[in-house]
Design a protein around this ligand. Structure first.
Ligand code: MN
Length: 287
C-alpha cells in the first residue's frame, strides 16, 4: 500500500450564499478535486429569532447537491411537489439530473426561535451520460446513516458514502464516492483505504489533524482543505497530548476528466448545453 500525503493546502474564505447566509468555502476547486465542484460549510451561525436566511427558489441541472445538517432545521421544496424537513445528522443526496427548481429555507419554527445553523453542502459532478438523468432524492434521517467507530473509541465516522472500518454507506452514488464525517479525540488514529483512482480531499472544520504516515505527516487545521497526493490509503491522527480533538470531512471520488461548462447552478459539458439549460429553465421546462 502507498500512503497518501498532502499535495496542497487550500485556504477557505467566507462569503454569503443563497439569500445571504454565511458559508466558509475553499478557494476554487479544480482538476485535482474532480468530481467535486463545490464544498460549502454553512455557518456555524447563531441566528437571532426571526432572522435566519436560506436559499429561495433556484434551479440546478447536471450534477448532485449533497446536504448534511449538523445543527438547526431546514425545509426543502421543489417545483414538482417534493418536500421535506432536515435536522441534525440528516442527509439529502439530491441528483438534480435534467433539472430541479427548489428552495432550501430555515424551518418556520427554527426561524421563529432562532438558533445555531451548521452544516455542509457539496456539489458532485455527473458524467456526461448521466447528466440528464431523472431527478432522484435520497433523504436519509440521521438514525439511518451508518456510523463506524474504532475499537479504542477515539474515532467515530459518519459514513455518508463509501466505506469506513468495515461499515458501508446506504446511499447510492452514480460514480464511486467516499464521504465521511470523521470525529477524532486526542490519541486517535484512522487508516482509511482510498483506491488510487479516486481524487481525495480533507476539509478540517474543528481542531487540527495530522495527515500522512511516518515522515510525510502534515497538519491540516480548522478552515483548511487539503488535497491528497496519489496512493492507496490515508492515515489521520491526533497526538495524545493535543488539547482538543478534530472534526473533518473526507471526500474522495473518481475524477470524470471531462470538459466542464459551468455557470451558477448549471454544470454541463459544452457551452451549447449550458445555453440549452438556460433556455429550458426560462421556458419552465425544468419541472
Ligand atoms: Mn439548491
Amino acid at each position: 500500500m502507498t500512503a497518501r500525503g498532502i499535495e496542497s493546502i487550500v485556504p477557505t474564505h467566507r462569503l454569503l450564499e443563497g439569500g445571504g447566509f454565511p458559508v466558509r468555502r475553499p478557494a476554487a476547486l479544480g482538476r485535482l478535486t474532480d468530481p467535486f465542484l463545490l464544498l460549502d460549510e454553512m455557518g456555524p451561525v447563531d441566528w437571532p429569532p426571526g432572522e435566519a436566511i436560506g436559499a429561495p427558489a433556484h434551479p440546478h441541472r447536471g450534477f448532485e447537491t449533497v446536504t448534511y445538517i449538523l445543527q438547526g432545521r431546514m425545509c426543502h421544496e421543489d417545483s414538482g411537489g417534493n418536500s421535506g424537513v432536515m435536522g441534525p445528522g440528516d442527509v439529502q443526496w439530491m441528483t438534480a439530473g435534467r433539472g430541479v427548481v427548489h428552495s432550501e429555507l430555515p424551518h418556520p419554527e427554527f426561524l421563529k426561535s432562532g438558533g445555531v445553523m451548521h452544516g455542509f453542502q457539496i456539489w458532485v459532478n455527473l458524467p456526461a451520460g448521466k447528466r440528464m438523468m431523472e431527478r432522484r432524492y435520497q433523504d436519509v434521517p440521521a438514525d439511518e446513516i451508518p456510523v463506524a467507530e474504532s475499537d479504542d473509541g477515539l474515532v467515530r465516522a459518519v459514513v455518508v458514502a463509501g466505506e469506513c472500518l468495515g461499515v458501508s454507506a446506504i446511499i447510492e452514488t452514480v460514480i464511486p464516492i467516499t464521504y465521511l464525517h470523521v470525529s477524532m479525540l486526542p490519541g486517535g488514529s484512522l487508516k482509511q483505504t482510498l483506491p488510487n483512482e479516486l481524487n481525495g480531499l480533507v476539509y478540517c472544520f474543528g481542531g487540527a489533524v495530522k495527515v500522512g504516515a511516518e515522515d510525510g505527516v502534515e497538519l491540516v487545521e480548522d478552515g483548511e482543505m487539503a488535497i491528497l497526493t496519489e496512493g492507496d490509503e490515508v492515515t489521520f491522527s491526533i497526538s495524545e497530548d493535543a488539547e482538543e480533538g478534530a472534526e473533518l470531512l473526507l471526500l474522495a471520488g473518481k475524477p470524470l476528466d471531462e470538459p466542464i461548462a459551468r455557470y451558477g447552478p448549471f454544470v454541463m459539458n459544452t457551452e451549447q448545453e449550458l445555453r440549452q439549460a438556460f433556455e429550458d429553465y426560462q421556458s419552465g421546462n425544468f419541472a
